[in-house]
Design a protein around this ligand. Structure first.
Ligand SMILES: C[S@@+](CC[C@H](N)C(=O)[O-])C[C@H]1O[C@@H](n2cnc3c(N)ncnc32)[C@H](O)[C@@H]1O
Length: 291
């Protein structure tokens, strides 16, 4: 049932769970969204997959801050790290290399997964179909889990928290890299798209919302830290990435709102005398299994 391309984690996979690991018609197409969150339209990663890496990836320096931030919480372990919503595998490769970890990378979109398999083959990484609410892993089979810009796509966060608790070992960690509502000042593109800030804020959960979903599943807050990453080396190349419109909020707004924001961003490009790095801040939220 799995379409993992490397067999290295067979001991961790649960091929008898009845999980549809080949989900690929839109990652948010099932499940119930929790009250109080307005997601705009679900994001179609089947369509975004072909341009996703043009918009993400950033400068190599951008990852360094995360390697340092994560080094307090991740180290080589005998059980794999689970990368939930791994997309095109960008982080799976970094985490496998930095911390000498085996990584099981789970992704519901067939097109995103295909990109990962084609472009980020790695002897320590297995790519699998699956989603956070129904993980194709055996109980207690993973040391920790990584969710990079995924929690706002998950339709049932409480169910996902219970699933993560099930597949992690006692004391295992869930490491979340995300924008959180009320903590968005460090996201550069929002300065030019202030007219849709309320939509982005409604789309991203608050830290409290995530905690409330994870605590009943047996997780407690261990750490919360804003991490500054060098997203690009100039505003001009940053504008090209934003223009790809692979960000889920930008993909969901009207063309008029998108073009209005891009005009403001292009004005900033014209006004920059010398290239300066563009810094983004996302949060690292670390939850630890207490039960
Ligand atoms: C913004 S992308 C992030 C990809 C990757 N983690 C990264 O940081 O580059 C969000 C990813 O979450 C996936 N996703 C959406 N709903 C999901 C769910 N319920 N469970 C797991 N992944 C999901 C999407 O298919 C998409 O690949």
């Amino acid at each position: 049932m799995s379409d993992g391309i490397y067999p290295g984690h067979k001991h961790s996979f649960d091929d008898s769970s009845g999980v549809d690991t080949m989900v690929g018609t839109g990652p948010e197409s099932s499940g119930q969204r929790e009250p109080g969150r307005s997601p705009l339209t679900p994001t179609d990663y089947e369509t975004i997959a072909s341009r996703y890496d043009l918009a993400r990836g950033g400068a190599p320096e951008s990852l360094d801050a995360w390697r340092i931030a994560l080094s307090s919480f991740l180290k080589h372990a005998s059980l794999p790290l689970l990368d939930v919503g791994c997309g095109t595998g960008y982080w799976a490769v970094a985490l496998a290399d930095w911390f000498a970890l085996e990584v099981v990378a789970v992704e519901p979109s067939r097109a995103m997964r295909q990109k990962a398999c084609e472009q980020r083959r790695h002897p320590a990484i297995s790519y699998l179909g699956g989603r956070a609410e129904n993980l194709p892993m055996r109980d207690g089979s993973c040391e920790s889990a990584w969710l990079s810009t995924v929690v706002h796509h998950v339709s049932d966060l409480g169910k996902s928290a219970a699933e993560l608790r099930r597949v992690l070992v006692p004391g295992g960690r869930v490491l979340i890299r995300n924008a959180f509502s009320g903590r968005t000042d460090g996201i550069p593109w929002l300065r030019y798209f202030d007219h849709v800030r309320h939509l982005a804020e409604a789309r991203w959960p608050t830290v409290d919302h995530v905690l409330q979903a994870f605590e009943p599943a047996g997780f407690g807050l261990e750490h919360l830290e804003p991490v500054e990453e060098t997203t690009d080396l100039s505003i001009a190349s940053y504008a090209r990435r934003v223009g790809v419109r692979a960000d889920s909020t930008l993909a969901a707004i009207s063309d008029e709102d998108f073009e209005s924001g891009m005009r403001k961003l292009e004005e900033a490009v014209g006004a920059e005398p010398d290239p300066k790095p563009v810094i983004s801040t996302l949060d690292l939220l670390v939850l630890k299994a207490t039960l």
